[in-house]
Design a protein around this ligand. Structure first.
Ligand code: PMP
Length: 439
């Protein structure tokens, strides 16, 4: 018999046999390639979650950076502390006070975006096979981190008031009964990505109480907390449980993501481990970015800027909800978010969002299929629609195109009487090439 070449000689990846087991979970999303197409100007992308920074005063930011180079260049361009710039950590405590958190700057660890904070917390807590409880659905970037550390995700159901306490109790009981170790509950209580839901004030103490009773740490991921449309920022879970919660914040949505500055506020013991993990990952978070943000916070009306962002996102939320109300087939369902960037839309039974995506892109509209936000294959009939980036006019046009695609899909479904996932997808060469991000 002819000898088969060893897999490691594959022309595509000669190192395939040598990777660590943990890389098995590091796979490019199936929909990644579609986003190369979705980022073309003729496509209205309701897919990406890119903050809309067009309203930032670039002259102010430019001036702050120029001053930084001229006045503090040698420090700003040097290595810094693994925990982050002390002055910025003080300012971060002011930011968190808006959500009821009274913290000591000594307990803040600056990270490379809150994404790195999710990574560091998982790194210090999770062994392969440990369980992380997550909302259903949950943030795609966090699911990727949990997978990369070979942790298993157990999803907990939400409703329009957020995580359901009884479901959390059930998940904890079932997971423990199966002999599994729960390391933490990962939750996005405010203006959830991707579900657009906010945990009700009434449920917050109940979630805290369940986790306290069961000895489960909470990882509270809150990049959107200051971006509510109607009311004061929701009170953080951390505000009422300094020892039971690691709180994650970010400047990506309230200022700009390009600086890559976020933070973790952790109980003192955890904070020490986080700093060690940070030092081994990056030596220190970027000093230049931190000092630039610190200067911006000192010299600019940052709260006024956040207010302007909230108004801009509210206008876009209104455009999307108005268009959905006017144009979507009645059999679709969606929520009305009170902040953040996202609407979660559920399709009529039998319509598969992932199978429909190439047809939507052909109709020049893109979204993220719901399956991206589940670790267990759920979400086939749902999708995330982002309203943060396109103009209100483009949002309406995108919804109009999407409504047309869904109507056509419903007709196909009626004709074939089958789940639309089994209808063949015609791929074109357009779908090859590097993808942009679904974040
Ligand atoms: N958590 C959530 C829920 C997010 O939506 C995002 C970005 N989309 C992040 C964390 C990471 O943000 P960053 O690293 O830019 O702070």
């Amino acid at each position: 018999m002819e000898k088969q070449p060893a897999r490691s000689t594959s022309r595509l990846d000669p190192y395939v046999d040598r990777y660590a087991a943990r890389t098995a979970g590091m796979t490019a999303s199936e929909i990644r390639a579609l986003f190369a197409v979705a980022s073309r100007p003729e496509v209205v992308s309701l897919a990406g979650g890119m903050p809309n920074i067009s309203g930032l005063p670039l002259d102010v930011v430019g001036g702050a950076i120029s001053d930084l180079v001229h006045e503090h260049g040698p420090v700003a361009m040097q290595y810094g502390s693994g925990q982050g710039v002390p002055e910025l950590r003080e300012q971060i405590t002011d930011v968190m006070r808006l959500q009821g958190i009274e913290a000591d700057a000594a307990d803040v660890v600056v990270t490379v975006g809150s994404q790195q904070a999710v990574d560091l917390v998982t790194r210090i807590f999770c062994d392969p096979g440990d369980v992380v409880l997550c909302e259903a659905p949950s943030y795609v970037g966090a699911l990727g981190v949990f997978r990369s550390y070979q942790a298993d995700v157990v999803h907990v159901e939400m409703d329009s008031d957020g995580l359901i306490p009884e479901m959390l109790e059930q998940a904890i009981t079932a997971t423990k009964a199966a002999g599994r170790t729960i390391k933490f509950l990962y939750t996005i209580p405010n203006f959830h990505n991707p579900a657009g839901i906010t945990l009700s004030a009434e449920r917050r103490p109940r979630i805290l109480e369940i986790c306290r009773r069961e000895g489960i740490l909470i990882l509270e991921d809150d990049p959107y907390g200051l971006l509510g449309f109607d009311s004061e920022p929701p009170r953080a879970l951390r505000a009422d449980s300094p020892d039971g919660v690691i709180y994650l914040g970010s400047f990506s949505k309230t200022f700009a993501p390009g600086f890559r500055v976020g933070w973790a506020l952790a109980p003192a013991s955890v904070r020490e481990k986080l700093v060690l993990a940070q030092e081994s990952a990056t030596l220190c978070p970027p000093q230049f970015s931190q000092m630039a943000i610190s200067a911006y916070l000192s010299n600019h009306d940052w709260e006024g800027q956040i207010k302007a962002f909230r108004e801009m996102y509210r206008e876009r939320r209104d455009a999307m909800i108005g268009a959905l109300d006017d144009l979507m087939p009645a059999a679709c369902q969606w929520n009305v978010p009170t902040g953040g960037f996202y609407v979660w839309l559920t399709l009529p039974p039998g319509i598969n969002a992932k199978a429909m995506l190439p047809r939507a892109v052909t109709a020049r509209v893109a979204y993220v299929p719901g399956t991206a936000f589940f670790a267990d294959g759920y979400g086939t009939s749902s999708m995330r629609l982002s309203f943060c980036y396109p103009t209100p006019e483009n949002i309406r046009e995108g919804v109009r195109r999407l409504a047309g695609v869904i109507e056509a899909e419903m007709e196909l479904h009626q004709t074939f009487g089958t789940d639309t996932a089994s209808i063949p997808v015609i791929r074109t060469k357009d779908y090859d090439g590097p993808g942009t991000d679904v974040r």
